[in-house]
Design a protein around this ligand. Structure first.
Ligand code: HEC
Length: 156
């Protein structure tokens, strides 16, 4: 029977450990990435932004672009820090219920409707708002779950 050695698969514990390690490594890279862009960002803000990036990719990127650059005159960019500051309380409502009517972003007028995202939880909205305002705007603060929950209660 010599020469018929079958390569034994790696033990399960090893594979699990390996997987956990990759996840941790990815997480550290992500935090490093966010903190190197914004040096005074807290670990909590970085964690929210990392989670928010996933929400963004699945629910926003098609229209607003990978870097929040928008699309021509159809979809506004998400890089207008003044708009974010002025509308801080409204942003949660925009994400949950969408937006209609003319708005001005970075001196450009936009007037296409944005659909609402009723599947996103309050937490998802906190994550995605933290992501867009830190990655595309110049904010370094977190949208907390509490803040979003409160803002959503007063949507008109
Ligand atoms: C189907 C395309 C589409 C999707 C998907 C979409 N948006 Fe929008 N978004 C728009 C349009 C169009 C407007 C402008 C609405 C208007 O003119 O009243 C807008 C406006 C906005 C604004 C306010 C203006 C600005 O540029 O800052 C924010 C903030 C925003 N979207 C965030 C998001 C987030 C976060 C998501 C994902 C959860 C998302 N949008 C998904 C099309 C979209």
């Amino acid at each position: 029977m010599r020469g018929l050695s079958v390569r034994s698969p790696q033990p399960k514990a090893y594979r699990l450990k390996h997987k956990a390690f990759s996840v941790i490594a990815l997480f550290i890279t992500a935090i490093y990435y966010f903190s190197s862009c914004q040096s005074n960002i807290s670990i909590q803000t970085a964690q929210y932004a990392v989670n928010g990036q996933k929400v963004y990719k699945n629910h926003c990127q098609n229209c607003h672009g990978a870097k929040g650059e928008g699309l021509g005159k159809l979809y506004p960019p998400l890089t207008d820090q003044d708009f974010f500051i002025k509308n801080r309380e409204k942003l949660s409502c925009i994400v949950r219920h969408g937006l209609h009517g003319e708005i001005e972003v970075l001196g450009q007028k936009y007037d296409q409707p944005m659909p609402g995202n009723t599947l996103l939880t309050d937490m998802d909205i906190a994550y995605v708002l933290t992501y867009i305002t830190t990655a595309f705007g110049q904010s370094d603060s977190t949208y907390s779950h509490e803040e979003v929950k409160k803002a959503l209660e007063s949507c008109q």
